[in-house]
Write a protein that binds this ligand. Structure first.
Ligand code: URA
Length: 228
């Protein structure tokens, strides 16, 4: 990795501030002042004003997303989920998949782009399990229609087969593999119903920890990380 990139990743400095720190002679590599960012760094010891800089290992977070927060890294109309994490530590994390502002439940965040890509890749076909509350009682045909695939408004192709477990006439568990925009709400709209409550419980093998209240988070375990 080039020294300038290493500096911005390891110190949190922007590229231009890292360049200034270099030109001011604040950076040493193995004890020698280096003023240009184009040298390659492998195992050398890099210091900024005498402080050793190391790359942080990637971070993987499970968040119980509450309602009213957007799955983004910048605040817009609503607060963003990163505000639920320690500010000095949250920079660089991205949501691995999104939930609507009014959806609650399991949201994964990481700064490991490859992991996030694997999780979202259609090839990986990760099951996502949602608990869905409906405005109208479920009609008998819906289990079969979802198993066959339904056409969403504005789409040419039907959805992939999805499974429904009926808990009560207005509460179901839905398992889908895709992650189209507003997919669950649009699937129920396609069969004449309306989602009034949505909660994601599981992605692949990763199950929302029921000790986490809305707004709380924890690091993923090594097993959970390796399951993706
Ligand atoms: N499907 C939706 O409609 N909304 C979500 O937040 C997630 C899946």
């Amino acid at each position: 990795m080039r020294l300038d990139r290493f500096l911005s990743e390891a110190s949190g400095l922007t590229r231009s501030l890292a360049k200034k720190a270099l030109s001011r002679g604040e950076i040493t590599v193995d004890g020698n002042v280096v003023k240009k960012g184009d040298i390659k760094i492998a195992h050398q010891q890099v210091c900024w004003e005498g402080r050793y800089l190391g790359l942080q290992p990637p971070r993987y977070i499970m968040l119980h997303k509450p309602q009213g927060y957007i799955s983004a890294t910048k605040e817009e109309v609503h607060p963003c989920v990163l505000q639920l994490l320690p500010a000095e530590w949250a920079a660089g994390l991205q949501c691995a998949g999104r939930l609507d502002v009014d959806t609650m439940g399991l949201l994964l965040l990481t700064d490991d782009g490859k992991w996030s890509h694997r999780l979202r890749s259609p090839k990986k076909a990760c099951n996502k399990v949602y608990r869905v509350d409906l405005a109208e009682p479920l009609t008998d045909d819906v289990v079969e229609r979802f198993a066959e695939g339904v056409k969403l408004h504005g789409e040419d192709k039907a959805t992939l087969p999805a499974t429904l477990e009926v808990l009560t006439p207005t509460r179901v568990l839905l398992t889908i593999q895709e992650g189209k925009y507003h997919q669950v709400k649009r699937m129920f709209a396609a069969v004449g119903n309306h989602v009034i409550g949505l909660h994601r419980l599981q992605i692949g093998e990763i199950v929302l920890d029921n000790s986490l209240a809305p707004g709380e988070w924890r690091h993923l375990t090594a097993e959970e990380i390796a399951s993706i």
